[in-house]
Ligand binder design. Structure first.
Ligand code: MN
Length: 399
């Protein structure tokens, strides 16, 4: 059989900018990209369609987002392609609060199938979904329990005669950076011999593990989730369970032109460099310009002048990112004598946006931590919105 694996579709996301037009177009992009993936599933005549979490950007949906999502899954249903969807951290289902989940609503309307598991005194119990002789196991977003659940599932799979197992889990393999909800590579290496394919997500760029005879796959998000992802490869994977081969296809994304400029001395005009870089390119008012400037030495930078230059090309929006290599922190965070507060301050002072007011950001994060432990979730979002409003007030980088 053939199945299609995509992930991190983030329907309902509304990237903000100064214009309503930009937000509206980007809001539509997530649906357009997903609609094109669905069309490919029909073209390839797949036997199953997998979304490995973060179908939605938020747990709460507007009527428009729900209606458009239902219409898209109707297309798969009419083509008789079962849609297997698990939850991610963005649309996580809270134990005991299942009535709040729009994924369960879609499941109840018979638009998606949701293999799941339960936990009781005797451990984890997995209920796979069988399609054409393949058992699909769904683990949702296990968060910090991801290693425990994967090892428990691998013990469960080890006593099965067949290895016709596909595991769907909203996780990625942890690297050097500690990122919540990621699995250890050693865990993946334990379970990978007991299944033919692990459909991952959570990270938004295409990659797989191991390099030879890969089993664990992340296809990347359907669209760019934010401007930090403009250079990532994203798409979906078609897997053939008979030949055990995979085929990656890039998704149809909003066009982004990535321009990288390195400025070595203060005699160089940034605007002139960018202008000559752009002059031989075709740029429409539907394209995003992502301009990254690295200053490697002393420099003079006139942001207004650069914005005037970029405006001449009339893109849909531009992003300007400045890198100052000499400002990068060289501190060793594994030094146990450092306080948490001083590490946080050091890290935040190097963040692109929040560094504009490190003190305010730190104070807000302190309050957010308290609310996360005890307060209602609404005030968490409210407080975060206030911080963002304060930091972005007066910022002129929006186009
Ligand atoms: Mn995601």
């Amino acid at each position: 059989m053939l199945f299609l694996h995509c992930s991190d579709i983030h329907l309902g996301r509304k990237p903000t900018g100064s214009s309503i037009d930009f937000t509206r177009k980007r809001f539509n992009d997530y649906f357009d990209s997903f609609a094109k993936i669905i069309k490919k599933a029909i073209d390839f005549k797949v036997d199953a369609f997998i979304v490995a979490g973060d179908l939605f950007d938020k747990k709460e949906l507007s009527p428009d987002v729900l209606a458009r999502t239902e219409a898209l899954f109707e297309i798969l249903k009419n083509a008789e392609i079962p849609a297997i969807v698990i939850e991610g951290n963005h649309d996580n289902i809270i134990f005991g609060m299942e009535q709040d989940s729009w994924l369960i609503y879609l499941e109840n309307k018979d638009l998606i199938k949701r293999p799941t598991y339960r936990f009781d005194d005797s451990g984890y119990h997995f209920t796979p979904l069988e399609i054409k002789g393949i058992d699909f196991y769904g683990l949702g977003y296990p968060g910090s329990f991801v290693n425990e659940i994967l090892i428990s599932l691998s013990e469960h799979l080890a006593v099965k005669a067949s290895q016709n197992n596909v595991v769907i889990v909203h996780t990625a393999i942890a690297g050097n950076n500690i990122f919540p909800g990621t699995a250890d590579q050693s865990t993946i290496d334990i379970i990978k011999d007991k299944c033919m394919y692990i459909a991952g997500g959570h990270y938004h760029y295409y990659h797989y593990h191991p390099r030879i005879e890969p089993v664990f796959f992340i296809p990347g998000s359907g669209e760019y989730w934010d401007s930090s992802e403009f250079e990532q490869t994203k798409g979906f994977i078609i897997y053939n369970t008979d030949s055990k081969t995979h085929e990656f296809n890039t998704s149809e994304l909003r066009t982004v032109l990535n321009i990288r400029i390195t400025v070595n001395d203060e005699l160089t005009s940034v605007s002139e460099l960018v202008e000559s870089e752009l002059s031989n390119k075709t740029i429409t008012n539907e394209d995003i310009l992502n301009v990254k400037i690295t200053f490697s030495g002393p420099f003079i930078f006139d942001r207004d002048e650069l914005e005037t230059t970029l405006d001449k090309f009339n893109p849909m929006k531009y992003f300007i990112k400045i890198e100052y290599p000499q400002n990068q922190s060289n501190r060793d965070y594994t030094d146990l004598t450092l306080s948490t507060e001083s590490i946080e301050e050091d890290i935040i002072s190097n963040w692109e946006y929040f560094s504009s007011d490190t003190t305010k950001t730190l104070a807000t994060f302190d309050k957010l931590k308290q609310i996360q432990d005890s307060g209602p979730p609404e005030s968490f979002y409210e407080m975060f919105d206030i911080l963002l409003d304060e930091l972005t007030a007066g910022a002129s980088n929006a186009n």
